[in-house]
Every structure is written in structure tokens, then in C-alpha cells.
Design a protein around this ligand. Structure first.
Ligand code: ACO
Length: 319
């Protein structure tokens, strides 16, 4: 039994903010942001627009694309660390809005690695609990969780959502091949690398980050996890058509390609358009790759991500 992707859809909020726009209110510049991160613009939510709103639109598009009856969904897994509220979950709201009357729904909080964690959970539900139809939604609004006067963090993030209809299949030629997940909370305990403060004095709180530490760990741990998952599955980079990494920073991604001697042309990079949309970044990049005719059915794709925790992981799938 395999977990296959029937459909994938994405949604970005309509408001686009360029680096030049940011330099109107912050002591920054397009040149600084672009040379260090590869980011040119980001989509941001407007007042009253929340993570689940983005997720609902992406979810409806994925269902429509597959011409699927949402009442047949058995589970909805929502990856988000920027939920509208602490409770109810984004999962519950999305379930109630899309007519998924028979699905149970819940949120997964694994920061920027949330898509890979959610994929592993969906695969376990399909293989271990005999579910056949699962909707995986990643929806993030990091812009609501950063300090817009802190130029060292706010310029890095964007908002967006992606949704995938995952189904069970007996076709051995497509579907999820493997996932591998890791967590090391001790790094955060000793070094406060990347965290959200939590609510403070009635305010939602802010994201703090040691950029150089994140940079170092992202390269080291993504390198480790892609090597391990390939070895464990008797594969090499020659078997991979595309790498889709978490889109934190173009320089991190190019360094990974260089270390692995993997051509950057075979990596899907959307940091320029989307900035860092946390767990939504891989589905957004995958959607972009498919829409632009790069990724085709039958292609083998390696996914990798690292996020606050530290949490990280990789997956291999045949689209
Ligand atoms: N515009 C202009 N100057 C800035 C800005 C900005 N937006 N932000 C910081 N600076 C200044 C700093 O104040 C500092 O000035 P100083 O030397 O006078 O003190 C100078 O630029 C250098 O700051 P550094 O933080 O040392 O800059 P660095 O070259 O390390 O680049 C960056 C910072 C881009 C954040 C880099 O460390 C990085 O990319 N790290 C990875 C972080 C990342 O990708 N995070 C995403 C979230 S985590 C995740 O998704 C896994």
C-alpha cells in the first residue's frame, strides 16, 4: 500500500510586499535582503485574514482539481505554527468549511519541517489505520508573529498555503517512498536559536532568531538527513529528479547543492517570490514546479526541511 498525491493546490494572499516597499519603513535595502537571502518579494495577509482562511482556499482548490467529494475525506491534517487562535485548531475550522463531514481534523506544530512531519503522519494513517483519503493542508501567517520593527527577522518571512489530497494506492510505481524525522530540543535550550516568545502583556509576541546559527544548522542537518534517507533506501542523487527544500534562504539551498554536488537547476527554488512561508514553503514550491511543467508524474522528488525546535527531516516520493 502506498500514499500517493492525487492533487496539489496552493494559495497566496493578494498583498505583495517588495524589498523596496520594506525599505520605506525599515533601515534596510533590496540589495541587503536579496544578496543575503535571495528574497525579492513576499505575499502577506491583510487585516482579518488568517492562516485557516488561506488553508480553506487551498483545500477547496485541491478537492476541486481532483473532482473529489469532500464528504469522502477521512482525515484532515493541518500543519501550522501560526494558527489563528490557540483553539479551536485550524484543522477543525477547515473541516467545517469544506464539507468534510466525516473527517477528523487536527493541527501539527513542527515549524518549518511541518510538511514532512505531516506527510509521515498521513502515511502512517494510510498504512496503519487503513485510511484512504486524507487532506494535508499547510497554512502559515508568519507575518503575524514577527516584530515589524526588527529588520533582522521580519524581512525573511511571507504567508501562504498549500493543500494535497493524499490517497492510498496499490500502484508501486508512484507515491511516498520514505520519510525520516529528527528533533533536538537541546540546541534551543542552550542557544535560543529560533523561537517565538509566546504571548506577552496582551500582545501575541515576537519571533527571535540567531541567523548565523540557523544558517549553520540548516546546512549541516539537511545534509545529514538527505544523506541518511538516500542511503537507507539504497538510492543516490542520481535517482533524484528534483530536490524541493524548505525555502528559508537561497544561500542555504545553494550551499546544500554544492556540498552534494547536485545541480541547482534540479532544485526548485521560490524564495525570491514567496520568502520563508514555514511549513507551506515546500507545497508552494512543489505547486510552482508542477504548474511550470518542471515536475511531471513519475518524477522522483527529495524533500528536506529544518525548523525551530530544532526539528528537521526528509522524504522521498515519486509524484
Ligand atoms: N537590512 C540591513 N541590515 C541588516 C538587516 C536588514 N534587513 N538585518 C540585519 N542587518 C545588519 C545587522 O544589524 C548587522 O549590522 P552590524 O554589523 O552593524 O551589527 C549586519 O546586518 C550583519 O548582520 P548578520 O546577522 O551578521 O548578517 P548575516 O550576514 O548573518 O545575514 C541572515 C543575516 C540573512 C539572517 C543570515 O544569517 C541567514 O540567512 N541566516 C539564516 C536564517 C534563516 O534563513 N532564517 C529563516 C527562518 S529559520 C528556518 O526557516 C529554518
Amino acid at each position: 500500500m502506498k500514499t500517493v498525491i492525487n492533487s496539489i493546490a496552493t494559495h497566496l494572499p493578494s498583498k505583495v510586499v517588495t524589498n523596496d516597499d520594506l525599505s520605506d519603513t525599515l533601515d534596510t535595502s533590496h540589495e541587503w535582503i536579496f544578496t543575503r537571502t535571495g528574497i525579492e518579494r513576499r505575499h502577506l495577509v491583510s487585516d482579518g485574514e488568517f492562516a485557516s482562511d488561506l488553508g480553506i482556499i487551498a483545500a477547496k482548490k485541491a478537492i476541486e482539481q481532483a473532482d473529489f467529494d469532500p464528504a469522502k475525506l477521512e482525515a484532515i491534517i493541518v500543519s501550522t505554527t501560526t494558527a489563528d487562535r490557540h483553539f479551536p485548531s485550524c484543522g477543525a475550522r477547515i473541516q467545517g468549511e469544506i464539507g468534510a463531514t466525516k473527517a477528523f481534523a487536527f493541527d501539527v506544530g513542527a515549524a518549518c519541517a511541518g510538511f514532512i512531519y505531516s506527510l509521515a503522519i498521513a502515511d502512517s494513517l494510510i498504512k496503519g489505520s487503513n485510511l484512504n483519503n486524507i487532506l494535508l493542508v499547510c497554512c502559515e501567517t508568519l507575518s503575524r508573529f514577527v516584530d515589524w520593527t526588527d529588520r533582522s527577522t521580519c524581512v525573511l518571512f511571507g504567508d501562504g498555503a498549500g493543500a494535497l489530497l493524499l490517497q492510498s494506492s496499490e500502484d508501486d510505481h508512484q507515491g511516498l517512498i520514505a520519510t525520516k524525522l529528527y528533533t533536538d530540543g537541546s540546541k534551543e535550550k542552550h542557544d535560543s536559536i529560533l523561537a517565538h516568545s509566546g504571548p506577552q502583556n496582551g500582545h501575541r509576541g515576537y519571533t527571535t532568531m540567531k541567523g548565523r546559527s540557523v544558517f549553520k544548522y540548516a546546512i549541516e542537518y539537511m545534509d545529514q538527513s538527505v544523506s541518511e534517507i538516500l542511503t537507507e533506501n539504497n538510492m543516490t542523487f542520481d535517482d533524484i529528479d528534483w530536490i524541493i527544500p524548505h525555502q528559508a534562504n537561497r544561500r542555504i539551498l545553494e550551499s546544500l547543492c554544492k556540498m552534494k554536488n547536485f545541480p541547482t537547476e534540479k532544485m526548485i527554488i521560490t524564495t525570491n517570490e514567496h520568502a520563508n512561508t514555514s511549513s507551506a514553503s515546500i507545497p508552494l514550491a512543489m505547486g510552482y514546479g508542477i504548474e511550470n511543467g518542471k515536475i511531471k508524474r513519475g518524477h522522483t522528488i527529495l524533500l528536506t526541511a529544518l525548523g525551530a525546535g530544532l526539528v528537521w527531516g526528509s522524504a522521498i516520493l515519486r509524484y
